[in-house]
Design a protein around this ligand. Sequence first.
Ligand code: ZN
Ligand code: MN
Length: 489
Amino acid sequence: MPASDYEVTIGLEVHCQIRTQTKMFCACRAGFGYAPNTNVCPTCLGMPGALSTLNVRAIERTILAGRLLGCSIPPISKWDRKNYFYPDMPKNYQTSQLDLPLCIGGSVPLYEWTFPANTEVPASEDGIVRHVKLDHIHLEEDAAKLTHFAGFSLVDYNRGGTPLMEIVSAPDLHTPDEAYAYLKSLQQIMVYADISNADMEKGEMRCDVNVSLRPRGQKELGEKIEMKNINSMSAARRALIYEIRRQTEELDAGIAQVQSTRRWDDTLGESIIMRTKENAHDYRYHTCPDLIPVRTAPLVERVQECIPEMPDARRQRLIRDYMLPAADATTLVSDASLCSFFERTVQAGAPARKAANWVINTLTAVLTERETSLADCPISPAALADIIGIVEDGTVSTNQAREVLDVIWRTPDKDASSAAAELGYKKADSGALEELVRSVLEENQDMVELVRAGNAKLVNALTGKVMKTANPKPNPKLVTQLILSCIKS
Ligand code: ZN
Ligand code: MN
């Protein structure tokens, strides 16, 4: 059977570390970069008798994610123990949520700009291609970090107990590209709302994918194959492309699929079977006797006040309030920090379209060229507005402004005008410049006649002549304008 005769169903489970000062069930510091096993206490080490407390901020942030994604928030949410034995969880159970999670239902918008580059993006309305249904979002704790070596493993309990949100989609995705876009959208929303850094490289966001195939028209879903802990969006896409092809080939050959977990090896580019069948009852979930359920109403109310703008709303605002072309608005919203850099440049007085152009094209190119991140960029939004300002008032041309930018990059305290003066660019005294233009035209009467006769190209040659004699160097655009007005008058 060709692949097109199978219907592909994909579901994603995304784990996302919530950005909080402390852990989920104790007061230990959360976060990276500390010496191994220094941020630990009897609670997160699972010592007998140690009791848990709740991190309210983590609960709030989870509810905020739910509100942003249109979930309903049940009035009561409770905690359950998910039992398993492994050195990354010294209690031998993970405190999680089974049947009364914090958020139920909802959906994730797939934005046009979240689809993988160089692929055909489906048609969209206001930037939204479609919504992928969510099953629920629950809150739990992260496990410790294991590092495996030949013959032994090391465990770092610093990560153990970090607030971890698990976002579970409905089986509502159909292509590897959609899965990619889903992860990217989710990541953007987490960053926009300051819920998580969601950096997949750092493991702040991790993803389990499951995929099943069924003959088109069949009602029940096919057997589900799961691949756990995929650590990049493109790896998730590659894993799905591989798995869909593998299952198609096997089904065509008459090999029935069995519900199982496979390991995706991104280097080899293939998946390897790990274990078959694993159901919720294997974990012997039961209600946590130590933690009382959460009454969500007061938290929902508190969260209501800090619901941020979603990326699609921000894009529409950029188009409406700044009159930006749709393509520029799309580029800006796809990178939240670039977008706020742009907005701050406009607030510092730069005209919006010019600012967008400088941020998207010039600044991005300079940052790439110098292998610098926007966070480390020595040019502030105010400095960029300053540079754009001296282009606008005719002190320098766009090319000259690039040189000014280089000077400010090296000496960020300098203002644009003095940097320009240092380079020999000064706002021409328009009287003196006009005089110079008139004398050059006088000397080149033959060319002036030809321009009058319709040879527009000669204007550039005349501009060149003026530029050669002028000192300090004026903005060539300004010179051309002067030439044209002198010739006409
Ligand atoms: Zn602790
Ligand atoms: Mn989980």
